[in-house]
Ligand binder design. Sequence first.
Ligand SMILES: [Zn+2]
Length: 238
Amino acid sequence: MAAPVEDNSAPASQESRKPSAHDLEILSRQLGRPVRDVVEIPARCVCGNPLVAATAPRLSNGTPFPTTFYLTHPVITAAVSRLEAGGLMNEMNERLTADEPLAAAYRSAHEAYLQARDEIAGRAGTGDVPEIAGVSAGGMPTRVKCLHVLVGHSLAAGPGVNPLGDEAIGAISDWWTADRCYCDGAWDSAGEAPSKDLSRHGPQGLPDIVGRPAPVRKSKSSHATEPSGEPSAGGLNV
Ligand SMILES: [Zn+2]
C-alpha cells in the first residue's frame, strides 16, 4: 500500500457531521421512528441526506451503546440484508479462519472502530464508557455477525479501514453505489415525520430497520431481490 494520502471522498468533514434538525427528520423517516442520541452524521449521500448515523456510546438514559455507526438508508440496508440472506457472512467467517492477512486487517478494523468511537465520545462529551471498553460491534474482531454494522463502519470511515465492510459495499453495487443518489422514493416523505419514540435499542443497534425491503432500482438485475421475510438480524434484539 502507498503511504496514506488525504482522502476527501467518503468521510464527512467535521462541519457536515453535525446533525441538523432536517437530518434528524430524514433519519426518523428512513427508520420509520424517531431517532435518539444521534450525535453525528458520519456519511452522507451525494445529495446530502444521511447514510449512517453515529450514536453516542452512552445514551442519554445512561445505557452503554456499543454500536456507534448505524446504517440508516433504506436502500442500503435492504441491499445488505440480501447479502446476509445469501450467506455472505458464513463465507466471510470461513475466510477469517483461513486467511490470516484478512483476519489481521479485520482486527485492525475493530481497533479503528474503537478509536473512532472514542473520538466521537470526546466530541459529544460522553466521557469514558468502561462497560463497553474493547467491545465493538458486528462481530468484530473475529467474527461477522451483522453486515449492516460493517457497512456502516466502512461508509463512516472511508475505504481501506474495514475490509469486509468494503467488500460488502462492492457486493451491493447492483443496488447502491456511492456516486449516485437513491433517495427518491426510498422512504415516506409525506406527512408528519415519526415523533413518538416507540423503539427500544437492542444491544447491537436499531433493529427494526433490518430486513426492510427497498425499492428495486435495477429491474434487470439477476440477483434475488425477494426479501426473505426472515430478516437476518445479526444478533440484533428487538
Ligand atoms: Zn440522496
